[in-house]
Design a binder for this molecule. Sequence first.
Ligand code: ATR
Length: 280
Amino acid sequence: MPDAYGLFGWPVHHSWSPFIHGMYARLTGQDMVYRLYESPPERFRSEVLGFFGDGGSGINVTLPHKRAAADLVNELTPRAQLADAVNTIFRRGEALVGDNTDGVGLLRDLTANLGLRWSSPRILVLGAGGAARGVLEPLLSLGPSELVIANRTPDRARDLAREFATHGPVRGSGFAELEPQPFHLIVNATSASLRGEAPLVPIDVVGTDTTCYDMAYGAGDTPFVAWARRLGAARAEQGWGMLVEQAAESFEAWRGVRPDTAPVLEALRSRAATAANTRS
Ligand code: ATR
């Protein structure tokens, strides 16, 4: 029997993860299956424990369960602890270990795939929820001169900044109080794209040297990417690369093999382009 893996979330029917992990398995010759599990919050814990009780090898976890997954596992990796969220569970002996590969996935996309290099960049993170929290430490590893967390509800940004104060030069802000000065990198970690919106940020934060990165992705430009393009940002990217890189990191934690992400990213982009063309 092939080893069993899967994604638990609610809803997950739209997920690209079976396609990504299916390609990784073929490319690396692994005998495994990867299925989707629609798991509402009240059944999440029992269904995950049931999956592992039946001999399942590992899972990914997505919205809205990333925090519940952190409570369910026996151990957390340091980065999952810092993110206070788990997107990957693997077995270590009898124990279930929770990891978080989102942040490293973003970092690898920015540096390895997009080839971006800065010295002491000014970084702006939009949003102060779980998605933002998970990428703060990896972004601080870029050595920014400052990292500003800006949020629609400013107090949430300030609270999050205080929590990370010992990790680097972080401060919290509302959108309206942002100084009219371009950042080198702006990462959209809000869930605004899910509602077809872009966060209402002052336009002066985008300059001709600014890279805008949306952690969300979709067929065609996300609202944030479209906004950044209109303002003449140097680059405006959506999160396909982060998606395949976090998946590669999970895959390696499960199988001990690092898959090549380039062909998978190319395949995803062309599938997304076809979907966009079909729609228009
Ligand atoms: P996640 O785990 O995806 O981060 P979350 O914890 O619910 O989800 O956080 C969602 C984030 O997106 C929050 O920062 C939220 O701002 P508030 O704290 O003010 O609610 C932000 N957000 C959601 N919709 C938004 C919108 N239309 N414009 C700006 N920010 C938005």
